[in-house]
Write a protein that binds this ligand. Structure first.
Ligand code: ATP
Ligand code: MG
Length: 426
């Protein structure tokens, strides 16, 4: 039975930093989505002793080792002879595979270099994994290590060939080798406003490690929390739903969505649900909020206008911010943000408007208003709110955080939640 997997990538181009190991990332995602525990991701260059080292370490940790790369016809492709040595098996020539390689070259009208037949040799016990897109097939084999059965899967390095072979042959075979009585159940929560360590503390406080695997994926400013468990089919869903209920109760409105959903989609749905239309008045975010809202197909149903009013003159002329307010409080102030939001809402005839004005840096900060000072305001018939936030980081980061805050305000307003509870801590 397979539950622990190690992924092994071979090639000098990986260890020299010439290319990123996207194969390993792709395989790790596939395997963990199947509920497998990926215990290690290893990468080594094209050296026999290093490849052997990686295989031995991988086999010591995992029931299944999936390798990519080093299956080509050239002398630096060492995977097959290393694996055969590891298995203690001689290589066998597979005439069927050889004919197929010859036929592929013929079909392309090319002469086949003799060394291409290296790809028709396999460890004696190997089961060939067809490669519909290229010359080098993969294979699988098994051996004993540490008193247990280990499975070895060997695939070529070319990503599109490897993807197809995995999805057509390897994936289904793994699915049949996983504890067939149980299924995987998962729940993913998209959150904003709670730091990764705080999330860990709070989720860890309501779910024990033996109840589900908890993982966090931070692609700031959003952090996804994922729960995963394996159980009998009639129990898995009920159990994960019970755990999900605890997470929802604990994190409350910091969760903006479940599953693979983006903040901008959630905002779109919430506005549609409320029958509301939106306008924006953007200064420091420079149109980013509008850009993000319009990433969602169908956003024309609720998105009316985005006024990017960068200069004081534009804030006055386009949004009707009063010269006195600008003079008294400065462009980066809650007062100006409020007038910007009100002006955008009026001008567009929208149900709700959000405004941003701030200092994205790196220059221009003062002791009273350091770089990262960002004022947000929301204007709607039922409320006018503003808040000053102290954000941090580089210019693009401050713009991104500002847009995330603004979208979270819109989400909260549309759902009838408290807008000012939206915040962001490091
Ligand atoms: P072949 O030589 O028959 O093409 P192979 O199994 O020997 O297949 P490699 O020579 O190692 O594979 O790599 C072939 C191509 O795949 C190269 O372009 C390489 O950049 C790419 N590649 C190899 N390994 C990886 C990896 N781990 N992630 C992303 N791309 C990879
Ligand atoms: Mg190679």
């Amino acid at each position: 039975m397979i539950s622990r997997v190690a992924i092994l990538s071979t090639g000098d181009e990986l260890t020299s930093g010439k290319i990123a190991d996207t194969n390993a990332q792709w395989l790790a995602d596939r395997c963990s989505s199947m509920g497998l525990d990926v215990v290690a991701v290893l990468g080594v260059g094209d050296h026999r002793d290093r490849i052997t080292w990686a295989w031995e370490n991988a086999l010591a940790q995992a029931d299944l080792v999936i390798s990519t790369g080093g299956l080509g016809p050239t002398s630096d492709d060492l995977t097959t002879e290393t694996v055969a040595a590891l298995l203690g098996e001689p290589l066998r020539f597979d005439p069927e595979v050889a004919n197929r390689i010859r036929a592929m070259f013929r079909a392309m009208g090319r002469e086949m270099p003799e060394n291409n037949l290296r790809q028709a040799y396999f460890p004696e016990s190997a089961v060939v994994i067809p490669n519909p897109l290229g010359t080098a097939p993969g294979y699988r084999a098994s051996c004993r290590r540490g008193g247990a059965d280990r499975q070895l899967v060997v695939l070529p390095g070319v990503p599109r060939e490897m993807f197809r072979m995995f999805d057509e042959t390897v994936g289904p075979w793994i699915a049949g080798s996983i504890d067939a009585r149980t299924v995987v159940a998962t729940r993913t929560f998209q959150t904003f406003g709670v730091s990764e360590s705080a999330l860990d503390e709070r989720v860890g406080g309501v779910i024990r490690p033996d109840e589900a695997r908890i993982s966090y994926r931070a692609s700031f400013p959003k952090i996804a929390v994922k729960l995963m468990l394996r159980d009998l089919p009639d129990r898995a869903e009920g159990r994960i739903e019970e755990l999900a209920g605890r997470v929802r109760a604990e994190l409350g409105t910091a969760i903006y969505g479940e599953g693979e959903v983006s903040m901008e989609e959630v905002v779109g749905r919430a506005l549609t649900g409320r029958g509301a239309t939106v306008a924006l008045a953007e200064s420091c975010s420079g149109g980013l909020i509008g850009h993000r809202l319009t990433e969602v197909p169908g956003s024309s149903a609720y998105f009316i206008a985005d006024y990017v009013a960068y200069s004081n003159a534009a804030k006055r002329d386009i949004l009707g911010v009063s010269a006195t307010t600008l003079e008294q409080h400065g462009a980066v102030s809650e007062e100006v943000a409020r007038e910007m939001a009100a002006g955008a809402r009026r001008r567009a005839g929208a149900t709700v408007a959000v405004a941003t004005t701030g200092l994205a840096g790196p220059e221009g900060g003062t002791p009273e208003k350091p770089v990262g000072t960002v004022c947000l305001a929301l204007s709607a018939a039922d409320q006018e709110v503003s808040r000053r936030h102290q954000l941090w980081g580089s210019r693009d980061w401050i713009k991104l955080l500002t847009s995330q805050l603004a979208l979270d305000w819109l989400r909260r307003w549309a759902l009838g939640l408290s807008v000012v509870e939206s915040g962001f801590r490091k």
